[in-house]
Design a binder for this molecule. Structure first.
Ligand code: HSE
Length: 445
């Protein structure tokens, strides 16, 4: 038991908001068990927040509270800097300064790492310090640990995740209550699941950051958010959720990354998922990630993707890892991106037009002879095979028997570029009366 007599490792925390407060509280509450696990105490000794009074109220008198985060980064008494400020601006400068000062860094900042990760990990490698980021992906779910360590025997084949709680909550409300997107978004904002400016969440950017990080770890490629295809949920209509249901599917915003013969797929978009899959039944603000490895098969990770103590759980797990490993030779630690820095892959990220997947199409068409034949003829001419067709009863529009109807088509797998061609041709038909809705479909088998 000699190790637990070591002096505590000293942590400086930047940003004392929801997650910072949760981290402080959980460390206090569970300090004895955490000390027994880590082999030494973990103490937050310094906190920086522009709102000094709020931070002081959260941590009490025993901790130094400053407004200037640079004081924490520069302090010789701090071993680990926890960055909970967020964004790419000041957070990037502070993380790089902490690394230059030889401090380990723990961050929940997915945006920073997905965009500037290559620079940050290279700096950390040069300085022999750790940059840990479990809290950056799916909050409390230990998915980084699972991918980087637990599944290290596997050749990972694909990952598909519900990794944004805000959008999953909105989609659940749309399905449960038949709400339109705008109404469900307002409800999410009223209940605190969506921020006043929800654009990063609803446009798929937040999920894009997270899947970029998982992709890098799964396949040993650099973090490349700029190559990710990102589409959010703002154009989803309640009727598509209903039609999908009639066909045995749920619509989820998925972050998907997949190894295929030509490279790596990296994409976020709404997807139809068979209703019988476990992940299709993840509701509300919960997160879930499915990982397919060649040896283990399919594994599923489920839990809270945000919130004060769930995210603190991930931050503290990283602190414990660092407390255990900081004296190890850097070459013997788990590499930042799971693969050794000199053994990364140069597999390229595919353009969305190179992705092969299946589709749900909704067309508003004139209900007259030959319309379906024309549409299916175009699909057939491009080698796109139809899986199912659903035609809703026709509505009378404009009297005198003129009618229009919704035509729903599910396709088998085809190249996205081919589908783009087909959609352009079908859209140009005079009997197609409104912009076509296209939603991708993932069987996740
Ligand atoms: N806003 C995110 C979500 C949580 O809704 O899941 C932090 O990434």
């Amino acid at each position: 038991m000699k190790s637990i007599n070591l002096s505590p490792i000293r942590v400086g925390l930047l940003g004392m908001g929801t997650v910072g407060t949760g981290t402080f509280n959980v460390l206090q509450r569970n300090q004895e068990e955490i000390r027994r696990r880590a082999g030494r105490g973990i103490e937050i000794t310094m906190v920086a927040d522009l709102d000094v009074a709020r931070a002081r109220a959260a941590v009490g008198d025993g901790v130094e509270v400053v407004a200037d985060a640079r004081k924490v980064v520069a302090s010789p008494d701090i071993d680990i800097v926890v960055e909970l400020i967020g964004g790419y601006g000041i957070a990037k400068a502070l993380v790089l300064e902490a690394i230059e000062a030889g401090k380990h860094v723990v961050t929940a900042n997915k945006a920073l790492l997905a965009v500037h990760g290559t620079e940050i990990f290279a700096a950390a490698h040069r300085k022999g310090v750790m940059v840990a980021f479990e809290a950056a992906v799916a909050g409390g779910i230990p998915i980084i640990k699972a991918l980087r360590e637990g599944l290290t025997a596997n050749s990972i084949q694909w990952i598909a995740g519900i990794i944004n709680g805000t959008t999953n909550f909105i989609l659940s409300e749309m399905r449960d209550k038949g709400l339109d997107f705008d109404v469900a978004l307002k409800e999410a904002q009223r209940l605190g699941y969506a921020e006043a400016d929800p654009s990063f969440d609803i446009e798929g950017v937040d999920a894009g950051h997270k899947v970029t990080l998982m992709s890098a770890i799964a396949f040993g490629i650099p973090v490349q958010f700029d190559k990710a295809y990102v589409e959010g949920i703002t154009n989803l209509a309640a009727q598509d959720i209903r039609y999908a249901e009639q066909l045995g599917y749920r619509i989820k915003l998925l972050g998907i990354t997949k190894r295929v013969a030509k490279g790596i797929e990296l994409r976020v978009h709404p997807s139809l998922v068979p209703a019988k899959r476990l992940i299709a039944n993840v509701e509300g603000a919960m997160n879930a990630v499915v990982v397919q490895g060649d040896a283990v098969g399919t594994t599923l990770y489920y839990g809270k993707g945000a919130g004060s103590e769930p995210t603190a759980s991930a931050v503290i797990a990283d602190l414990v890892d660092i407390a255990r490993l900081h004296t190890a030779d850097p070459g013997h630690r788990v590499p930042h991106l799971a693969f050794q820095p000199d053994a990364m892959s140069d597999l390229s990220v595919l353009l969305m037009s190179e992705v092969v997947t299946s589709y749900y199409l909704r067309l508003k068409v004139a209900d007259e002879a030959g319309v379906l034949a024309k549409v299916t003829g175009i699909l057939a001419s491009l080698g796109i095979s139809i899986d199912a067709v659903l035609q809703r009863e026709a509505d009378e529009v404009g009297g005198e028997g003129a009618t229009q109807t919704d035509l729903i088509i599910l396709t088998h797998d085809c190249l996205e570029a081919r589908m783009n061609e087909a959609l352009a041709e079908i859209q140009a038909l005079p009997t197609v009366l409104a912009p076509i809705t296209r939603i991708r479909k993932e069987e996740l088998a």
